[in-house]
Design a binder for this molecule. Structure first.
Ligand code: SAM
Length: 259
């Protein structure tokens, strides 16, 4: 149940410094620390909706070390697990930390990882507890995000449960609001019916356009697609069971110009 969930009044009211301390501006001496949260050098740009145990988050973090990535998850214990794991990985891979060689090894694995030497790795990943079907625009400004991941959402098979699915026309409008033009929504599921449901809703929405097939699979595949196929916990489970994975990627198109 989510009756105890708290939502910020607006994105500006969120205390992001608590989630990403390495990306917070230094506290100025005369600022009103209680009334306003600390300013940030960056904003969250990537959201993983229903992130579960964070497999995707921790795979993306070292690949884009200067991009803030946020998991949103409704289960309390799972959210705490992801938060604790992020803290532990930060210590393990901090530049001044004991295990510097491990950090270098991770950076070396990812050619485009140009981690800020002062930050170390995994400073850019966090998780918060939220029901993403409610108040998503309270967390993010209009056009703030560049990528939204919807990985193996709960299928809610029965027709009377379809309203609990995290894709609907209304929710597609919320995703469109928080996504910047040219931003992308990534979807993956092993439930074919849910795949068609998600494709149907995004395709019907005027703000979204499906990307070319070659970007979803094959030579021109978007790197994020291969990461979500292989690094999500559910993706791994489906692989073990030799199941099928259905992928669809959508671009947020520019709003039409008003005359
Ligand atoms: N994305 C992960 C993966 O691919 O391994 C987890 C998939 S799991 C089947 C679905 C997750 O979504 C669960 O962890 C569940 O608690 C979470 N979830 C379901 N409804 C949600 C909601 N309305 N808001 C936030 N999280 C939600």
């Amino acid at each position: 149940s989510d009756h105890d969930l708290k939502y910020p009044e607006s994105p500006a009211a969120m205390d992001w410094a608590q989630h990403y301390p390495a990306f917070a501006e230094p506290q100025s001496a005369n600022s009103d620390a209680i009334a306003t949260p600390r300013a940030m050098t960056k904003q969250v740009q990537v959201a993983d909706i229903g992130c579960g145990f964070g497999g995707l988050l921790f795979a993306l973090a070292p690949r884009m070390p200067e991009t803030l990535i946020l998991g949103l998850e409704i289960r309390t214990s799972v959210t705490e697990y992801v938060q604790e794991k992020a803290k532990a990985l930060r210590v393990q891979h901090s530049v001044a930390g004991a295990d510097e060689s491990a950090s270098k090894a991770v950076v070396a694995q990812h050619e485009n990882a140009t981690a800020n030497p002062q930050h170390g790795l995994y400073q850019n990943v966090s998780c918060l507890r939220a029901n993403t079907m409610k108040f998503l625009p309270n967390f993010f400004h209009k056009h703030q995000l560049s990528k939204i991941f919807l990985c193996f959402p709960d299928p809610h098979f029965k027709a009377r449960k379809h309203k609990a699915r995290i894709v609907s026309l209304t929710l597609a409008s919320e995703y469109a609001y928080v996504l910047q033009p040219q931003g992308r929504v990534y979807t993956i599921t092993d439930v074919e019916d849910l795949h068609h449901w998600m494709v149907g809703h995004f395709a019907a929405h005027p703000s979204f356009e499906r990307v070319a097939k070659e970007e979803e699979e094959g030579e021109k595949e978007d790197e994020c697609v291969s990461v979500m196929r292989t690094e999500t916990e559910e993706g791994k489970k489906v692989e073990r069971n030799k199941g099928k994975k259905f992928v669809a990627v959508f671009t947020r198109i520019e709003d039409p110009e008003w005359p």
